[in-house]
Design a binder for this molecule. Structure first.
Ligand code: GDP
Length: 144
């Protein structure tokens, strides 16, 4: 039969890039919040926000439950190294005028140099929820 599997997902990105909005969109609608408060206080590593999301991923790829905690200690840094495999990139805010395409973003980040783990990039609009499911579907396929 189909079983639930608990996975740890780390969500990293620049301040204000839309991490909380993306995570919120992936929650079931009855667990979503209307007001996303910027996640200040979890900042380290030159503006990278470390947000550890513990999530139960359902059979359809949706997040059933999630819990977000931030940390600045060494052990979480270490766990990032252990856990960032595979890597899903969201080129978020694709709705913004002059937003770079996902191809352009992957070139600028030299993603083709990542050879030791699977990675994928999706353009997304977290406000409308567009592009998120594609990414989650890919991630789900990777961790099945
Ligand atoms: P975080 O700091 O990375 O968690 O970013 P937030 O999720 O708090 O989002 C920062 C701001 O960007 C908020 O005002 C969001 O409404 C906005 N935002 C998030 N995703 C998008 C998007 O895809 N398009 C646009 N236009 N704005 C977005």
């Amino acid at each position: 039969g189909l079983k639930k599997k608990e996975v740890n997902v780390l969500c990293l990105g620049l301040d204000n890039s839309g991490k909380s909005t993306i995570i919120n969109q992936l929650k079931p609608s009855n667990a979503q919040t209307q007001d996303i408060v910027p996640t200040i206080g979890f900042i380290f590593l030159s503006q990278c926000l470390i947000c550890q999301v513990k999530a139960d991923i359902g059979t359809s790829g949706n997040i059933i439950t999630s819990e977000c905690t931030g940390s600045t200690d060494q052990s979480s840094l270490f766990s990032i190294r252990l856990m960032c495999d595979p890597i899903l990139f969201f080129a978020n805010k694709m709705d913004v005028r002059d937003a770079l395409s996902s191809v352009k973003v992957s070139q600028l980040l030299c993603l083709e140099n990542i050879k030791d783990k699977p990675w994928h990039i999706c353009a997304s609009d977290a406000l409308k929820g567009e592009g998120l499911q594609e990414g989650v579907d890919w991630l789900q396929g990777m961790i099945r």
